[in-house]
Design a protein around this ligand. Structure first.
Ligand SMILES: Cc1cc2nc3c(=O)[nH]c(=O)nc-3n(C[C@H](O)[C@H](O)[C@H](O)COP(=O)(O)OP(=O)(O)OC[C@H]3O[C@@H](n4cnc5c(N)ncnc54)[C@H](O)[C@@H]3O)c2cc1C
Length: 337
């Protein structure tokens, strides 16, 4: 196992729960692998009509592609493979006494085809499956038995994990199966919550204290910053005031290091108008790339796509005057491909 790829986080499943957890973790800079193959609840929906953001619903093939694309864009490695087992890495007994050092992996994740991966944290996000976790804790704790007439069936206990995904096993989180997994949007919400827990725990491993580690993943407009908050010193002052009575000595190196990182993090969440335009165009393009023009034309006629476009843009394209966005324009994605 010594040459296994080492990740901060391995997420099992890239449905609504897994995608959300993976995106939150990767956006905070964690090195995340997402495994995705096998039985999927999402794939069984005929058409998803109650997931916010899709006025006429969305077919699950498109939504799954979007989930994977979003995970990749956030920096995750998306691995098309089925996880067969998650085991403790050598030296981890799952409790505080056997806890490996903060930067050491706790788990070995073994997929069906590819190489095993080691990870410090594992997020299970598979509505139909929990079997690959067997052995990490007592079966009675993880699995529940249900009667079906004369037969009994064992299934992963939806209440095994807390609502933020934490479990009695250090570093193991469960986003799904859970009591939130019966609707796609609630599964996504649970995944997001678990992703935020993973981020906070990784920061705590790195010396942050809980109040400092809990943050928001927001992208904000620079225009909302008034002159006072444009200065770094104002943020330092804010952090000092927030944490003066916290568990860590404000004069310590540890406090200074965490403050530096927290202030950098908060300030980097502000983007200028140009950056906002680039992001908006990249978002539009990522959606456009996943449309199926043939299906739209078949169902709604040859003019359906043209109707959705600006007449000026069509005329420019037809004239071949090359007036589309270039790589330097805000409207260009600058790196999505
Ligand atoms: C028939 C049907 C219709 C439904 N219709 C709706 C609806 O209209 N609206 C609604 O809100 N909800 C609907 N649902 C519920 C919805 O599908 C779930 O709430 C949602 O998909 C749960 O998301 P999840 O991420 O927890 O799990 P899943 O959607 O099951 O995603 C899990 C992902 O993990 C992968 N995976 C599984 N095991 C492994 C493994 N061992 N290794 C690697 N990858 C793995 C799977 O391939 C899948 O991509 C429906 C469910 C069914 C069965």
């Amino acid at each position: 196992m010594s040459d296994a790829a080492e990740r901060d986080v391995a997420v099992v499943g890239c449905g609504p729960a897994g995608c959300a957890a993976a995106v939150f973790a990767a956006r905070d800079g964690l090195d995340v692998a997402v495994f995705d193959r096998g039985r999927s609840s999402l794939a069984r929906c005929a058409h998803l009509e109650n997931y916010p953001g899709f006025p006429a619903g969305v077919d699950v093939g498109t939504l799954s592609d979007l989930f994977r694309a979003q995970a990749e864009r956030a920096g995750c490695a998306v691995v098309d493979d089925l996880v067969e087992s998650v085991e403790r890495a050598a030296g981890d007994d799952g409790g505080p006494a056997g806890r490996p050092e903060a930067d050491e992996p706790r788990f070995v994740v073994t997929p069906q085809e590819g190489e095993p991966v080691t990870a410090r944290r594992v997020v299970a996000a598979t509505r139909y499956d929990g079997e690959y976790l067997r052995g990490l804790d007592d079966d009675e704790a993880m699995f529940a038995v249900r009667d079906h007439g004369d037969e009994t069936h064992e299934h992963f206990d939806r209440e095994y994990a807390d609502r933020d995904g934490t479990t009695p096993v250090d570093g193991l989180y469960v986003a799904s199966p859970s009591d939130a997994d019966r609707q796609a949007i609630t599964a996504a919400g649970r995944g997001a919550r678990v992703g935020k827990r993973v981020v906070a725990d990784a920061r705590i491993d790195d010396g942050w204290w809980p109040e400092a580690a809990a943050g928001v993943d927001w992208v904000r407009r620079e225009a909302e910053l008034d002159d006072e908050w444009a200065e770094r010193d104002r943020w330092v002052e804010w952090f000092d005031a927030e944490h003066a009575d916290g568990p860590v000595d404000p004069d310590s190196d540890r406090f200074a290091r965490v403050r530096e990182a927290a202030v950098d993090d908060a300030r980097s969440s502000y983007v200028g108008a140009d950056d906002e335009a680039v992001r908006a165009a990249a978002g539009q393009r990522a959606l456009a790339e996943r449309l199926d023009p043939d299906a739209i034309v078949d169902a709604h006629g040859p003019d359906a796509l043209l109707d959705a476009m600006d007449d000026g843009a069509i005329a420019a394209h037809a004239a071949g005057d090359g007036s589309g966005p270039s790589a330097g324009d805000p409207a260009s994605d600058g790196g999505d491909r």
